[in-house]
Design a binder for this molecule. Sequence first.
Ligand SMILES: O=C(O)C1=N[C@H](C(=O)O)C[C@H](O)C1
Length: 329
Amino acid sequence: MNWIYRDGVGQAGRMKPEANLTGLFVPLVTPFTADLHLAEDALAALADEALSAGAQGLVALGTTAEAATLTTEERQTVVRICSAACRAHGAPLIVGVGTNDTAAALTTLRELARSGDVTAALVPAPPYTRPGEAGTLAHFTALAEHGGLPLVVYDIPYRTAQPLGTRALNTLGQLPEVIGVKYATGAIDAATMELLGSSAPGFAVLGGDDAVISPLLAAGAHGAVLASANVRTADFAELISLWHSDAAGPARRLGAELARLSAALFAEPNPTVIKGVLHAQGRIPSPAVRLPLLPASADSVRRAADLATGSAVPPPAAQRSAVRRLVGQ
Ligand SMILES: O=C(O)C1=N[C@H](C(=O)O)C[C@H](O)C1
């Protein structure tokens, strides 16, 4: 990765990594066999399929990967498989590092940095502890200064119980090692617009709330990390490129269709429905998840699977009626 000096902002003498955090990043599920062992071949296939279908990069060990219930050895295996796929495609790899223990997070970051294969770590505000904004800023500052890896801050207060205001996010964005935020506050509101209008150069805003990704891209987000993109990867990549090329009409139509898919995929705790759909499509050996997650109901999987096969961009109504006339319906 190249490192560049930043103009005017940031600490003197420290540099900001030039990582291209635009486009779609797919946080892969971790496929299991029916008896809950890691299905390594299926994971390798998913990684290759996502990158071949137009994803810019991968996220390993996200929430969607059930990282919390993987052993240390399994986590290393997942990172190794995802690294190999990213290396083969020349794509960036982001790895989730989620803990409320700053020292433990530092150890993990340094190990990942040593591998040389990881572009950045995706780090949530420390979950559960609720250290307040000042403690959270101190946590990220320690990780940025001593972890040895570029960081993407994961702002997801409904999981961590630790909100971050726009000023705190922008303060983090000034740190040379912080290259972006995965923004998943559950809303697009005045704070979102302030962030999109004020973030530092070299600091990417990546949407992480699947059902509202289309309006967030319309408002200027650089890209997205979307569990839903385990399914219909190419269409989510297309949605981002439509908004980035100002093709608002087709982007709105595709966005509305994919929002229905995301709502169906999140009808039960993530990633249970996604795994059900991938299994129904024959892409993973079982829909199995580890406790405390329970497999999704057959109804939820069926509803989402129906939407998962939808066509990419539905034609506008006028074109649809012209087509119907042509085929005599
Ligand atoms: O694992 C991820 O990365 C994501 N997880 C979110 C969640 O489960 O809350 C959803 C988002 O699409 C990406």
